[in-house]
Design a protein around this ligand. Structure first.
Ligand code: GLA
Length: 730
């Protein structure tokens, strides 16, 4: 609910449990007065104190008063060069060379439903699901206006934001920095939580107290990156899963980003999030506009768990555009770890046949089917079937897969090219490169200039030819290197600062075309696993391969970190062979199954090599996944322990919305003799109900299971695991 107090120029955004407030003050400066647990019917600007602060300048309108400074007051969208020395939200380069921006309130618009953004991903919602507020600001001298967009999804406590900068003058201005979100706090006694890592170990939770100065995470790799995720949190020092105030901020963007917090001089703090300023500069000719990507905030005063569950529901219902809608997505088998590049049509069909017999429904042919692709040094860019490897092409292969009553999926890496390819030989100028420099290779490949429409059009035509040649139900859209040598032959020198962003827009454009032309194809995003796992990609690819690390124990950490923002249904997760191909670890099949089931589930191995007992276990896993799909993918997610804090076990739970059904998942750590007796306290149950475990045995009270716990079984051997299902009895 958005409440306007026109007289006091006060905007109060209420969600079910939170309140966010903005006020235009006497100088038309837009103040941020409050964000936190819900407070009804008040003007919170009284919380903002003023006083004479030396070396904090006073705006000219303040006259001789020294009690007001932009450097001190909490602002909704901070400016630069005119009195606030903290992190700016915007930086303009004006025709006269000045780098200043001074924004003042000019008005607002309110409308039902959620705004959408041109060419960019955004949460969606119709009237009754969301409301939109647009606040207009203006820099009169620069003749630039800035529109701040707010989308309010009441039930999810979700407030989205986006920014549009419009050049209303007669001359060209340049936008050197344009944040999507600025969030000022009158406090700095908080922790910052970020999700960091590297290829094969993404989104590991890191928590630390805010300290003086600027602390930040970000990416200048052209993708949102394995290294830092564009989702960050701020919270009370003592906040945990179930208590304390915490704030989540997610950027729906798949390229360079920065999330920075500055602790100011008077124990205030400011969070800024948006496109990374490195090599960003956007030229705005008269009348042109720039739109900054969307950011989405959720505040919880019941700890991280509630915040995550709200994000999960909002993402599932208002961001993903999943061709399966509410229907169950197929369990898949992927041949990558089974064969790598070395396969024949018969080999693929034999993997699919074994999988089909165990209830698996989708066969995905990974890398190696096109051009001269027999290793990772050639072929990218030539999206024609390698008929030496697959005689008869997809026209022959796909019907063989479909005869097994399976769907067929295919791997592609549209953004890339190998020098050893017909595409590169024909169009060497289509890659990102700086004239006079030889571009750096990554995985032996170069990056196509996706900022160029002609390049995208060509690639799209190649993709279409493949997709139209057979019945294809799924695409794995991969991206296997970071961007370097970012320069486009299609843009003049003064516009080269646009290439990183135009590249991301180009990726979105092609994905949107696919979405439009092939609405029934499920697209799984991938970037060497989880190097582009962000809300931007999720708008186009409702699931993303979570990591190239398929080891169940490493995955516990990766999926735990990922779960803080992103729901289980978005995390591609497969059972693979042991010893694991990435770290050599041997884990029981059961632990691998339980871990992968809390994800977009599949197998990535040659099931023909399994023993009869293993096949039977896999058949049961697939059955369990199908039977529990609703609970696994749509249930409320509770983290019961942290794999970063306790190596003895990792436990999590999915609870049905009516709290009558729960799936409890536990994977124990390395085995030890005489381990301690432990109980596991469950969450999310109805304390008044009695639950039966796996349909047998005594009844357990919800209250006891939550307050006192359930005794963890003692199982010998490394990485033992169990999963049990609780159902309430009338
Ligand atoms: C990336 C992906 C893998 C696989 C390979 C194929 O690394 O993350 O899953 O598809 O590419 O080259």
């Amino acid at each position: 609910m958005i409440i306007l107090d026109q007289e006091n120029r006060l905007f109060t955004l209420h969600t079910a449990n939170t309140t966010y407030q903005i006020k235009a003050d006497r100088y038309n400066v837009l103040l941020h007065t409050y964000y936190g647990p819900r407070l009804d019917n008040c003007d919170l600007s009284g919380l903002i104190q003023s006083g004479d602060r030396s070396f904090s300048p006073n705006p000219s309108e303040a006259g001789s008063s020294r009690n007001y400074s932009l450097d001190v007051v909490p602002q909704e969208y901070s400016t630069c060069g005119v009195g606030d020395f903290r992190l700016p939200s915007i930086e303009l380069e004006l025709p006269n060379g000045s780098h200043t921006a001074d924004l003042r309130y000019t008005g607002y618009r309110l409308r039902p439903g959620k705004y959408s953004l041109p060419e960019l991903p955004a949460f969606y919602g119709i009237q009754g699901e969301a409301e939109t507020l647009v606040i207009s600001l203006e820099d009169a001298a620069a003749q630039v206006s800035v529109e701040l967009y707010y989308g309010v999804f009441e039930v999810f406590d979700l407030i989205t934001r986006a920014v549009r900068v419009i050049n209303r003058g007669e001359e060209t201005v340049r936008l050197c920095w344009c944040a999507s979100l600025c969030l000022d706090f009158l406090r700095s006694d908080m922790d910052m939580i970020t999700f960091n890592g590297h290829h094969l170990m993404e989104r590991c939770l890191d928590r630390g107290q805010l300290r003086s100065g600027i602390q930040s995470v970000g990416s200048v790799r052209g993708a949102s990156s394995h290294q830092h995720n564009p989702f960050v949190m701020l919270c009370d020092h003592d906040a945990d899963e179930d208590s304390g105030v915490c704030y989540g901020a997610m950027l729906l963007y798949s390229g360079n980003f920065e999330a920075a917090v500055e602790c100011g001089q008077y124990e205030s703090s400011r969070l800024i999030m948006g496109i990374h300023p490195y090599h960003f500069c956007w030229t705005l000719a008269p009348g042109e506009a720039f739109t900054a990507p969307e950011a989405a905030m959720i505040c919880s005063d019941n700890g991280f768990g509630q915040m995550s569950r709200q994000y999960h529901q909002a993402i599932r219902g208002h961001l993903l555009r999943d061709p399966y809608g509410g229907r169950r997505k197929p369990v898949l088998v992927n041949n990558w770890e089974a064969t790598y590049f070395d396969f024949t049509a018969d080999k693929l069909v034999s993997i699919a046949r074994e999988a089909a017999a165990l209830g698996i429904e989708l066969f995905v042919m990974d890398d190696g089917w096109f051009g001269s692709r027999n290793d990772d040094n050639s072929g990218l860019g030539d999206w024609q079937v390698n008929r030496e490897k697959l005689p008869g092409g997809l026209e022959a292969l796909v019907p063989r897969i479909k005869a097994l009553r399976m769907k067929f999926g295919i791997w592609m890496e549209p953004e890339m090219v190998n020098e050893d390819s017909n595409l590169y030989r024909t169009h060497p100028d289509w890659v990102l490169h700086v004239p006079g420099r030889l571009p750096a290779r990554g995985r032996g490949q170069l990056v196509l200039d996706f900022s160029r429409k002609d390049v995208r059009d060509y690639i799209y035509e190649q993709m279409r030819a493949v997709l139209d040649s057979a019945d294809i139900a799924y695409i794995k859209w991969d991206m296997n290197r970071s961007l370097t040598d970012v320069w486009s032959a299609a843009l003049p020198a003064q516009r080269q600062g646009e290439v990183y962003h135009r590249y991301v827009l180009g990726v979105y454009d092609l994905l949107e075309r696919l979405h439009r032309d092939y609405p029934d194809i499920l697209i799984e995003g991938c970037c060497g696993g989880g190097g582009r796992f962000d809300g931007g990609m999720l708008y186009y690819t409702p699931q993303i391969w979570c990591s190239d690390d398929t080891d169940a124990i490493d995955r516990l950490r990766i999926q735990y970190g990922t779960s803080f923002c992103y729901p289980v249904c978005t995390m591609g997760a497969h059972v693979s062979v042991v010893p694991n191909e990435q770290n050599g670890r041997v884990t029981p099949l059961k632990a691998r199954g339980i871990t992968a089931m809390s994800g977009a589930f599949g197998y990535e191995m040659d099931l023909g090599k399994c023993t009869a007992a293993e096949k039977e276990e896999i058949r049961c896993q697939v059955e369990t996944y199908k039977a529990r799909y609703e609970l696994l993918h749509c249930g409320d997610y509770y983290r019961l322990s942290s794999p970063f804090q306790d190596s003895a076990y990792t436990a999590w739970e999915q609870v049905s919305p009516d709290r009558r059904e729960t799936l409890v998942n536990v994977v124990l750590g390395c085995t030890h003799a005489a381990p301690p007796f432990r109980t596991l306290r469950l969450k999310g149950l109805n304390p008044a109900l009695q639950y039966r475990i796996d349909g047998t045995g005594p009844l357990h009270s919800g209250e006891i299971l939550m307050q006192a716990g359930y005794p963890l079984p003692q199982i010998l051997g490394d990485y033992a695991s169990f999963q049990f299902h609780l159902e309430a009895i009338e």
